[in-house]
Design a protein around this ligand. Sequence first.
Ligand SMILES: Nc1ncnc2c1ncn2[C@@H]1O[C@H](COP(=O)(O)OP(=O)(O)OP(=O)(O)O)[C@@H](O)[C@H]1O
Ligand SMILES: [Mg+2]
Length: 259
Amino acid sequence: MSGAGGGKGTKMTRMLEGAGDIVRTHRLRKEFEDLVAVDDLDLKVGPGLLYGMIGPNGSGKTTAIKMLVGLLRPTAGKAYVLGEKVPIVDNISRIGYMPQEMAIYADLTVHENLELFSRLYSMDRELFEKRERELLKVIDLSDRRDALVSQLSGGMKHRTSLACALMHDPEVVFLDEPTVGVDPELRVGFWKYFADLKARGKTVIMTTHYMDEAVRCDLVGMMRLGRLIGEGTPKELMAMTSTSDLESAFMTMARKVGT
Ligand SMILES: Nc1ncnc2c1ncn2[C@@H]1O[C@H](COP(=O)(O)OP(=O)(O)OP(=O)(O)O)[C@@H](O)[C@H]1O
Ligand SMILES: [Mg+2]
């Protein structure tokens, strides 16, 4: 759908597209019995971009991401991450993934969880310690480093999970609702960090329900009933729908495509 906006925005999308592919899908599809969770999804994300997937509950965002990271087998279609067909094997250490559900160990401390992830990626001790200090600052948990995860608040657990996904400094990171339950002040800090990742050429693919976050993404993909109903820069999406905010843009787009 990108390119339908005309004018300046279209040029912007072409430039972004021209950057090459970190993620590419062709009619990627996932069916759960008679439910089509992801319906022939065509995605193309270049390097150094922040791609935000938005859409209501059950629109297929998590299912799409799980297929990209190799946790779910597609029913049909193809997907490539870093040029390798999924499920990727060779490039697995170049990707990071923060699931929507908690995927860290409650009976380990924050430090032990981070250390475990560093071991999974065979990081040397010095690098691990440096990354740990840096990430604990980002998630503002330096003073809770030795606390058991089971004793942390929900938001703190979520923040620890983000740090685990980023520990090995992956080239592309899939973040499924990374800021949910995180207080506004820390969300600002997270966004500074995402900007820093981008500045270092990393690619971030995230899902969010917060429109103030989606508007900060380079490209936004609008999902509804498993389908990508709109894609473009936030400005393009608003221009295409003659709206001034992404929420209205989404609703207008949904009406346009008749879903
Ligand atoms: N393992 C599964 N078995 C059966 N149905 C599933 C399974 N996982 C997801 N679904 C269904 O697929 C659809 C898409 O779910 P998905 O979790 O991808 O949505 P989402 O966009 O991530 O939603 P949310 O914003 O709530 O996280 C939903 O109808 C959901 O019930
Ligand atoms: Mg989800």
